[in-house]
Design a protein around this ligand. Structure first.
Ligand SMILES: *[C@@H]1O[C@H](CO)[C@@H](O)[C@H](O)[C@H]1NC(C)=O
Ligand SMILES: *[C@@H]1O[C@H](CO)[C@@H](O)[C@H](O)[C@H]1NC(C)=O
Ligand SMILES: *[C@@H]1O[C@H](CO)[C@@H](O)[C@H](O)[C@H]1NC(C)=O
Ligand SMILES: *[C@@H]1O[C@H](CO)[C@@H](O)[C@H](O)[C@H]1NC(C)=O
Ligand SMILES: *[C@@H]1O[C@H](CO)[C@@H](O)[C@H](O)[C@H]1NC(C)=O
Length: 408
């Protein structure tokens, strides 16, 4: 009888485990109001230490401050091991202080990077169990460490960054590999309330049917501060063919829209940049066309508030379901009539009661990437990255459909 009960329990344990695994993982996304940056919450190691980690769409892996991190179940990944190859480890890391995660010898070399400080650190790769609020537990999850002095730019509650890039040790790739799931993930950044990061197939929200699709493209030259020649970028690029303001295409040289052999140009999506940055030769005609179209709608220009260059009197702007009623901006994508519409809530930034600005910034005259779509423009948009078919599916503003990330 006991053995029958035991088998039954075992059977259910397997059933529950595989049911969970099939759905992948869903974890909450919060917005830090001070930095306007987005983070999620995970637990690591035997003590299930809670870590808030900024979501870095193009980041290569998870890193966090390990100075005070205690776990009995972590292991350094040895240099020269298969796991080190998968992590693309460089060299061997060593350390003369008492052993802990972040201090060990003969360890696969990692180069965690804090983009806000432009700080690249020599560290090691470790593995430990990753837990979240989701029932799915991820054993032997590869991560790296950062010194606690190098966390500037992160929300004050966060001590790490969670990479979702095109590497073999990003969150979604480790989960897809371990649980034999398709390599897919989705993001929904909330303007208020709680958003979602889902890895794997997940329960598809109804809204999925209305998503538009565009190919994800690969930049052949790495955009990370350290790389081996021939390495492509881990970030996500899409092909924007033109930009329309109020339905009219901007007059911009085509070459900015494509990626050249040195990896310069094109369009990427970044959760690190707070506002979309446009090459100066795109920004200028864009801001001009927008201001003119706004003026046609009787929207009054006012003195600009940095970093923005085109600002308006809030009292001259009507408000509708999708935010301020302003001229629409479209990123025109390959295919028949495919575009990413950026509505008022995503195009405008309310500075105070009086002033509302066009929430795009001038990326200068020599940026590596001509268009960097930033976090403000991603808020309340559902984005599904499908690395099996190399496609991005996107919703545009959910507010238009009278829903939001916190309600999906
Ligand atoms: C936007 O990013 C810049 C550069 O990282 C930073 O200086 C600025 O404070 C950010 N703005 C907001 C509102 O978070
Ligand atoms: C690494 O090796 C050195 C030299 O053998 C030793 O002094 C040090 O304690 C070791 N570090 C750790 C973390 O074990
Ligand atoms: C991931 O691993 C596979 C198989 O080991 C390898 O072919 C591929 O190049 C790796 N991808 C990256 C981005 O390192
Ligand atoms: C903005 O409006 C609120 C109430 O509508 C008011 O309490 C606040 O003082 C106003 N702020 C400014 C800067 O005018
Ligand atoms: C939007 O949704 C909310 C809550 O679901 C509902 O109360 C409201 O009536 C809806 N508004 C419109 C314009 O459909």
């Amino acid at each position: 009888m006991a053995s029958f009960l035991y088998s039954l329990l075992f059977f259910f344990a397997i059933l529950i485990y595989s049911t969970n695994a099939q759905n992948g993982l869903t974890i909450p996304i919060q917005r830090d109001s001070k930095t306007s940056r987005f983070y999620t919450t995970i637990q690591m190691g035997s003590n299930r230490a809670t870590i808030n980690a900024l979501i870095d769409l193009g980041g290569p892996f998870l890193w966090f401050s390990c100075n005070d991190h205690i776990s009995n179940t972590y292991n350094p990944i040895p240099c020269g091991s298969t796991k080190c190859d998968i992590a693309k480890g460089l060299g061997c890391f060593g350390c003369n202080l008492p052993p802990r995660p972040g201090c060990s010898n003969d360890t696969c070399g990692a180069s965690p990077y804090n983009p806000f400080m432009d700080m690249l650190v020599s560290q090691g790769f470790y593995e430990d169990t990753l837990y979240t609020k989701d029932p799915l537990t991820v054993p032997e999850f590869s991560y790296s460490c950062m010194d606690k002095d190098f966390l500037e730019g992160l929300p004050s509650s966060s001590t790490g960054m969670l990479g979702l890039g095109r590497t073999n040790i990003s969150l979604h790739k480790q989960i897809a590999t371990k649980f034999n799931l398709p390599d897919k993930f989705s993001l929904c950044f909330p303007s208020s309330g709680t958003g979602k990061l889902s890895v794997g197939p997940g329960p598809s929200p109804d809204i999925s049917k209305s998503l538009k699709t565009t190919p994800l493209i690969i930049n052949p030259v790495s955009t990370y501060p350290i790389y081996v020649e021939g390495d492509p970028s881990d970030e996500y690029f899409i092909q924007v063919n033109s930009i329309r303001v109020d339905g009219k295409p901007l007059n911009v040289k085509n070459s900015y829209f494509s990626i050249d052999k040195n990896g310069v140009g094109g369009t990427k999506i970044s959760t690190i940049q707070n506002y979309t940055a446009l090459h100066n030769n795109i920004y200028k005609p864009f801001a001009r066309a927008f201001t003119k179209a706004a003026s046609n709608m009787k929207i009054k220009s006012v003195a600009a508030v940095a970093p923005f260059r085109a600002c308006f009197s809030s009292s001259s702007i009507f408000r509708i379901l999708s935010g301020p009623s302003v001229p629409t901006n479209d990123l025109v994508l390959p295919g028949n009539n495919v575009y990413w519409r950026i509505n008022g809530a995503n195009s405008m930034v309310e500075i105070d009661n009086k002033t509302t600005c066009l929430g795009f910034v001038d990326g200068g005259s020599n940026p590596r990437t001509a268009i960097v779509i930033g976090a403000h423009q991603l808020q309340e948009n559902l984005l599904e990255f499908d690395l099996v078919s190399s496609q991005l599916r996107f919703s545009s503003s959910l507010l238009i459909q009278n829903t939001s990330c916190s309600r999906l």
